[in-house]
Design a protein. Sequence first.
Length: 452
Amino acid sequence: MDSVTESLRELHARIGALSGGEVASYIPKLAQADPDDFGIALTSMAGRRYQAGKSDTLFTIQSVSKPFVYALALSDLGPEEMLRRVGAEPSGEAFNAISLEPGTGRPANPMVNAGAVATTALVKAADPAARSARILDRLSAFAGRRLDYDEEVYASEAASGDRNRALAYLMRSAGSLEDDPYSVTDTYFRQCSVRVTAADLAVMAATLATGGRNPVTGERVVAQDVAVRTLAIMATCGMYDGAGQWLLNVGLPAKSGVAGGLIAVSPGRFGVALYSPPLDAEGNSVRGVAALTEMSERFALHLMQVPVHLTATVTDTVDAARSSRARDPERAAALDRDPRRIVVVGAQGDLEFTETEQLLNAVEEAVPAEPGGLVLDLTAVTVITAGPATMLSATLADLERQGHRVAVAVQEPFLAQADGHPGAWLRTRDDAVAWCEEQFLADTDTDGPADA
Ligand code: GLN
C-alpha cells in the first residue's frame, strides 16, 4: 500500500472512533443518513486518487456546491460585477442567517444561504431549466464524471425549504435579487441535491488546488484568477460561524455541507474531502473537522506557515569560465591575455521572490568590480513568475550599464520570451560563455584591448 493511503487509513481508523454531533434533520430525508458512514479521499496535483473508508458512498453535496457555483457565476460576471451583487465579508453567522447589507440588501458572502441563492440566480442561462443544467454540467466538470441528482432529497428540501424561500423573498424586496424567488430557490435546491462521493469531492477540491484545471481529466474548468478568488472566499467564509476558528486552527480554504461533506484545499498540493454526517453546533462535520485539523498539523499545511525551501536556488558559481569552442591559436592567445573574466552563476527550480533575491545576491557577490562577462545559467529553472522576471531584468540592465557583457542561458519556453530583456539569450551555458568570449574578441579586434 502506498504511504498516502496508509496515512489516510490510519487517520480514518482513529478519527472514526470519535462520536458526538447530530445528523441534520431540518431536511427530513437527511435524517436517514447513517451516522457511522465515514470516508476520506485525497486527489493530488498529479491526479492520483487516494481513499479510505466509505469514500464511494453517495450523499448530497448541499453547501459544498456553493464555492463551485460561485466560481461559475464569477466566470460569467467578472470580479467587479460579482462583488457588486454578492459581498465577500464573513458574516460570522449561521449558514441560514438573514445576513443582508443594510440599505442595499446585498448578501454578506456567497457561502451563507442568502448569498448562495443570489449567486445561483447570477449563473447565466435562458431559463431555470437551462440554469440547472449548466450548474450540473460544471459541477460534473469539477468532479470529472457525470453527476446526477438525489430526487428524494430534492423533494424533501423543496417541501421543507421555506426559510430559504423567505431569504429569497427578502432579497427580492430589498432589490438584491431580480429573479422570481420561488423559482431561484428551486434551482438552488436542485444544486444542493446533486449526488457525490468523498472521492468526487476530492477531485473537485483538487481542481481548485491546481488553479482551475481538473488534475484527473486535464480539463480547464475555470480560469486561474477565478480559482484564486473562490479559495479566498472559502478561506474567510467557508465554515460559517466557525470560519475564524477554522482559519486559526486548520488554515486552509474549506467548505462544509449539511449532509456531512467537507472539502479543504491545499493550493498546489491537493484537494481533500471527508464524508461523515454528524455535525457540530456550527453545522460542520465533527469527524471532518477533527481529521482536517490533524492533517493540517501533520503535513504543515497551514496557509500562514512560512514555506519551506527544500532545494537551493544557486547551483554553482564559476569564477573564470572558458567555453569549449575550438579557436585558432591567435584568438585563443588573445583571450588568454584578456584580463577580463567571465563569471557564471547557475540556478535551478522555481524563481519566486525569495529564490530570485538569493540568486541576485549571488550574482552581486560573484561579479567582478571591473567590467567583464556574466553568464546567468537558468537552464535548470522551471518557473519564473512576473515580479521576479522584472527583478532579473533590472539587474541585468544595470550590469550592462556598468560595462559587463551579459548572457543568459535558458530553455524553452523562456527562450522565446527573450525579446525586450537585456543580455544575449542562448540555449546552453557553453553557448553563453562563448558569446561573451566573442564579445571580448570583437572588442580586441576593433579597438585593441577593450576599455568597456
Ligand atoms: N440545502 C441546504 C440548505 O440550504 C444547504 C445548507 C448546508 O449545506 N449548510 O439549507
